[in-house]
Design a protein. Structure first.
Ligand code: ZN
Length: 154
């Protein structure tokens, strides 16, 4: 059973700027496209407005999209270039390729070719991991500086 999305977003917004996101929230964001989209939209909205955002308590896609449409009519939230699912799929495909190469008895290749293959492969994996972390880091560290509306305290 998935964690409640509203509960997760509530918890996420309570974090201080720069604070590490707890593992349960991170896990939810990895598996929940809806929450990732909301966070991405809020960050873009904040970047565009250059001011701390007041996030309404009853938050939904529609309200954020409405705000985005006001701030920047040209904004499209389909900007996310590569989804996390594709990243994971790519990583698994790379590992399977390496395993297939290893099991194929090196296709009769010489030792030098095998070594250069593995060196190249290690380089690819390193670059892949660095790119993955670099492009998805924003999900794992909270960057939004949010102000809780005063009415929330009632
Ligand atoms: Zn969610």
């Amino acid at each position: 059973m998935k964690r409640n999305c509203d509960e997760v977003m509530e918890k996420y917004l309570m974090l201080d700027k720069g604070e590490r996101v707890p593992i349960d929230i991170t896990l939810h964001l990895i598996t929940c496209n809806k929450c990732r989209k909301q966070i991405r939209m809020m960050k873009t909205a904040e970047k565009i407005s250059k001011a701390p955002l007041s996030i309404p308590v009853a938050m939904n896609d529609f309200s954020i999209e409405a705000v985005m449409a006001k701030i920047d009519p040209n904004y499209s939230y389909s900007k996310n270039p590569i989804s996390i699912t594709k990243w994971i799929f790519g990583g698994v495909a790379m590992i399977l390729f390496m395993l297939a190469f290893g099991l194929s008895n090196y296709c009769g290749a010489s030792k030098a070719i095998v070594i250069s293959f593995y060196t190249l492969f290690a380089g690819c994996v390193t670059a892949y991991c660095a790119m993955f972390v670099g492009t998805n880091m924003d999900f794992f560290v909270k960057l939004i500086n949010t102000k809780r509306p005063l009415s929330k305290a009632v």
